[in-house]
Design a binder for this molecule. Structure first.
Ligand code: ZN
Length: 400
């Protein structure tokens, strides 16, 4: 047995021969224990002679708040297969400037914290942290099994504040991210279907997406049998932008002379767009007052609820009844923007009805959207699209 120097067996195969600890930093010298079987760092085979000793400084996890540097004496061994080679060390990768434990901890922290914070926590450069995170994520990704999707979710999101977009494709059953690429054109998603192959494309039964994309054309081209399903989240978001906001602005303008009433309507913006069941008691009262005083707002608000109910219809007949009724109400409302919205939505009816046959989890796209926003905020500032995409991929590894 080797003599324990008081540092437990923190670095197997090595012992601490010197140390220096100040208020800011800690430094330990590690030397290999004598009489241990030595292995070649390249082929892991046993070796029995040492060629020379070399010294490498490596970073270890902080010690009681101090940056800890290990000065490690490593042996270059004579391997019959590889020649002169560095010895194998279980806690240190071959060319690493940091222990494996530290690299793993840094990558773990990157799951929850922005790179900048992690870099500060460990006194590392942000590019080092990014590298570690990238390597760890790619390792995780490579372990995932081959996917065999039958239902897909396609979406797009803004890459930066400018109008550059990216497309993302998920397995609707497992929520695994299958594909991500810059741009939101048909061409952007083409490689996915090409790689899926003929048999893979034939397996696809349904694809959920936003109405206003070019994706449906590409899906029809590759998967003729697949049904296009329009997602509730996008339709309602569009309704909010094109109908509710419009009517609210018009109502506020009409009340130009009635200052207090006008202010109430203007402030009601978020109340009108949010789900009624998510509002607090006071907010519900305010919303009710606004609606009662403004007929047009009341109408578009109620019609938002009945539009939503199309996504919960339990059979095609019920769906048809609700759809016809909704269109009729819109036509009779006398509200121009609502009539226009209904007219445009009309031609998309097969994709709305398809939801009855192919129920995709409600809010799945909304959830994905929100998650991507959080990741974007965390990775913001570095503008490394490849890394950003890898983070998104890792956030949706699938649950099956
Ligand atoms: Zn070897």
């Amino acid at each position: 047995m080797h003599k324990n120097t008081g540092w437990l067996d923190l670095w197997p195969g090595f012992h601490v021969t010197d140390s220096r600890i100040t208020h800011e930093s800690a430094w330990l010298r590690l030397e290999p224990l004598a009489k241990l079987p030595l292995r070649c760092g390249q082929c892991l085979g046993l070796v029995n002679s040492v060629h020379e000793r070399v010294t490498r400084n490596v970073r270890e996890l902080p010690l009681a708040g101090r940056v800890l540097t290990l000065q490690v004496q490593l042996l270059r061994v004579n391997c019959t297969r590889c020649g002169h080679c560095l010895q194998h060390v279980s806690w240190l990768d071959r060319f690493a400037r940091m222990t494996r434990a530290m690299a793993q901890t840094v990558a773990q922290c990157c799951k929850r914290l922005p790179i900048k914070h992690v870099a500060q926590m460990f006194s590392l450069h942000w590019s080092t942290v990014q590298q570690l995170d990238k390597r760890s994520l790619m390792g995780l990704m490579s372990q995932l099994p081959q996917p065999h999707p039958t239902r897909l979710v396609m979406d797009e999101f803004a890459l930066h504040k400018g109008h550059r977009y990216a497309s993302v494709i998920l397995d609707a059953n497992t929520r695994r991210e299958l594909y991500i690429a810059k741009d939101r054109s048909r061409e952007a998603v083409r490689p996915f279907f090409a790689a899926l192959g003929e048999a893979g494309c034939r397996r696809i039964q349904a694809v959920a997406m936003d109405m206003n994309t070019a994706f449906d054309l590409e899906v029809r081209h590759w998967c003729a049998q697949a049904r296009i399903v329009y997602d509730l989240f996008h339709v309602i978001a569009k309704y909010g932008r094109e109908v509710i906001s419009r009517v609210r602005v018009d109502t506020a303008n009409a009340l130009r002379k009635d200052k207090p009433a006008r202010r109430v309507v203007k402030q009601a913006h978020w109340l009108l767009l949010r789900n009624a069941d998510k509002l607090k008691g006071r907010e519900q009262v305010t919303l009710q007052e606004v609606l009662e005083a403004n007929e047009a707002l009341m109408t578009v608000y109620v019609l938002k609820q009945s539009l939503k109910s199309l996504w919960t219809a339990c059979d095609p007949w019920q769906w048809r009844r609700r759809w016809k009724q909704w269109l009729e109400h819109c036509a009779q409302s006398g509200i121009e923007c609502l009539q226009l919205f209904a007219k445009r939505l009309r031609k998309y009816w097969p994709g709305i009805l398809a939801r009855v046959r192919w129920p995709m989890h409600t809010g799945q796209l909304e959830g994905i959207n929100n998650r991507i926003k959080v990741i974007k905020r965390m990775a913001y500032g570095y503008r490394d699209v490849e890394y950003f995409f890898l983070k998104i991929k890792a956030a949706f590894p699938g649950d099956a």
